[in-house]
Design a protein around this ligand. Structure first.
Ligand code: URA
Length: 434
């Protein structure tokens, strides 16, 4: 086959801050997926994009080309009880420490008759993966056929499962390359990577939780805002109702970072309790998802309190082979970290906690690593709490005690305690972009 363009010309154009034509973009994504553009050429192009950026039109076309590299799902056959087309809504988080929100959120939104097709991933590095957390539930399966997913969406209304290999295959290849070439942190590449998968998934509306802070991808609010605005524009271009919340990730969400312990905390939220910040964000995201699906008068907080969300959760877990009432795995070993002084906790660094949980065995360094279901960090004092010297600040959990030392190293400067009277001022939801 004669190729339409030459990869070196395309690299030079971006290197010299030029603009790629729609045809060049279509060819680049397709030729890379076919193996015509070599990894070293794509690496050079990715770096040129990271350094010189892309216009909105280029990003939009790049996203469309990634979507076209694979299949698109279609949920238009889902029906409401009265026979109408069921609305669909999905949420994507850019990833943070203790971020278990998808677990209570998907069943909560389904309570109101909106279908939630939540395609999720496994964790890599210090942020946990939703599928790793759910796999700590005995019997639960992440891999569903498209048919099984549709049947569950129709019957239960919510599904959290692994994305099939057919969805945006160009992104899978590109993301693996970016991971090893220092080109993950390019806004055009992150935005197109996330949005190509969400648009191909076929959801009618989408809420993005863009994290900002030490435990997030984007440490800086200006960059996070630009990423959110870019993704919202891409969603709208594709006809998907898209809203983004910018949320704080300087501090972990909730009181747990790990797998089974995060499921346990999610179940507390579904039982009408749980930590305030997890409840606040779950309810705020539920409201946005429901509004995106055209429902403005729902009361998601009430559905957490009265057990309706818990009912959907149990059915959702059981539909995927899990036993929602089974005991969760518990780590074999634990070690407590105590407060060194009296005072108020004014800082609890998300990245440090995430790295500690990861080192304890809750996360993986390479794709093929196996995670420990019971490993992680339980936090006993969040910012704002008064502590006395000698009181427990955190409990570290693992099956392999040789991991404690490195986890403690990660936590050396994680907690800041100030003299009594000091109060941290930290908003959880920083902004909304629509
Ligand atoms: N998540 C993705 O799916 N893609 C990125 O590029 C970054 C985070």
């Amino acid at each position: 086959m004669t190729e339409l363009f030459d990869a070196v010309d395309i690299i030079r154009t971006k290197r010299d801050k030029g603009t790629l034509s729609p045809e060049q973009i279509d060819w680049t994504v397709d030729a890379y997926t076919r193996g015509v553009i070599a990894d070293e050429q794509m690496s050079a192009l990715n770096m040129a994009i990271l350094l010189n950026g892309m216009s909105r039109a280029e990003i939009s076309r790049w996203t469309a080309a990634m979507i076209a590299s694979g299949e698109r799902m279609n949920f238009s056959s889902l029906r409401t009880p009265s026979g109408g087309v069921k609305a669909t809504s999905d949420k994507h988080s850019t990833g943070g420490v203790g971020d278990k929100i998808t677990l209570p959120l998907a069943p909560l939104v389904a309570v109101f008759g909106v279908a939630v097709p939540q395609l999720s991933g496994r964790g890599l590095g210090h942020t946990g993966g939703t599928l790793d957390k759910l796999e700590s539930i005995p019997g639960w399966r992440a891999d569903l056929s498209n048919e099984a997913m549709m049947a569950q969406l129709q019957d239960v209304g919510a599904v959290i499962c692994a994305a099939g290999a057919g969805l945006a295959p160009a992104d899978k290849k590109l993301y693996a390359l970016r991971d090893v070439t220092g080109t993950v942190e390019a806004i055009p590449l992150i935005a197109s990577s996330i949005m190509s998968k969400k648009i191909a998934e076929g959801t009618g509306s989408l809420v993005l939780d863009v994290k900002v802070g030490s435990g997030a991808f984007m440490k800086d609010a200006t960059m996070a805002r630009e990423l959110a605005e870019t993704m919202v524009a891409l969603g709208k271009d594709a006809g998907v109702h898209t809203v983004a919340l910018l949320t704080n990730m300087d501090t972990p969400l909730g009181l747990t970072a790990g797998n089974a312990i995060e499921v346990e905390e999610s179940v507390e939220v579904l039982a009408g309790g749980g930590p305030e910040d997890v409840v606040e964000l779950t309810v705020a995201l539920a409201r946005e998802m429901l509004a995106g699906a055209g429902i403005h008068d729902a009361d998601p907080a009430a559905a957490l309190k009265d057990g309706r969300a818990m009912d959907v959760w149990k059915r959702m877990i059981a539909a995927q082979g899990g036993d929602p009432d089974a005991a969760l795995p518990v780590a074999k070993e634990s070690e407590v970290i105590y407060a060194p002084a009296d005072g108020v906790v004014v800082g609890l660094d998300a990245l440090s906690v995430g790295v500690a949980a990861w080192r304890l065995g809750a996360g993986r360094a390479r794709k093929e690593d196996v995670v420990q279901a019971g490993a992680g960090v339980r936090m006993h004092a969040k910012p704002g709490a008064m502590v006395r010297a000698g009181e427990p600040l955190m409990t570290l959990l693992t099956d392999t005690p040789e991991r404690f030392e490195r986890a403690k190293e990660a936590l050396e400067h994680a907690v800041i305690i100030a003299p009594e009277g000091a109060r941290p001022a930290q908003e959880l939801i920083l902004d909304r972009i629509s």
